[in-house]
Design a protein around this ligand. Sequence first.
Ligand SMILES: O=C(CO)COP(=O)(O)O
Length: 255
Amino acid sequence: MRKKIVAGNWKMNMDYTSGLTLFSEVLNMVADEAKGDQEVIVCPPYVYIHSLAQLAKNSSRVSIGAQNCHQAESGAFTGEISANMLGSVGAAYVILGHSERRQYFGETNQTLAAKVDAALKAGLKPVFCIGETLEERNQNIHFDLIKNQLSEGVFHLSAEEFAKIVIAYEPVWAIGTGVTATSDQAQEIHAFIRKEIAVRYGVQTADNTTILYGGSCNPKNAAELFAQPDIDGGLIGGASLKSRDFTDIVKAFNS
Ligand SMILES: O=C(CO)COP(=O)(O)O
């Protein structure tokens, strides 16, 4: 059985005090709401990871993730953070390949493949993001693009390594726009992703892979999205900044 996950990506939001308050509320609410083997991941800015990981230490449900890491283990890379460093302050996951990193920081599938390797080597689980722009969808090249993001970004991994990663499908046109993919549109791509994983690693690995949907997911649309057979949870941006909205999304699995 694959894991159900709701992950919050705070992006570059919240100051330290408001971040601590938000996270404490999420911890309390999730303790009451999450069921079964559902996992909740909160991905704050780097500088809050240590404090939040301390708060979450005794939670069996809530883990901390980073939003990026550098691909080198250590060295002269001023301003960068390695996967080992993230692990040493309590991160368990790391988002890699978010479309904002690809768009604004020039991250390519090749760089991302190296980051995925570095994360796994450090014992972090990558949440690997893929997804098309509106132009790519309109040109009907989105299936090829997604296939390419997978094959260049993560399909070099061994089956054992691949079993540790989570995939997040985030159509760029749905991120922060208020326009969500319909549950049918999202399910179509998730099924395609799972099929590609099956071609590369076999049906069992594909069945065990958690594939999240991200892009304007909110308490109103989460239940319908999560009810799709190949959607195993969400990667949440804006709605992860409000404890009630975020935990309502966590609850959407149960409704
Ligand atoms: O980019 C996202 C999560 O990584 C999605 O952001 P929104 O939920 O704000 O659209």
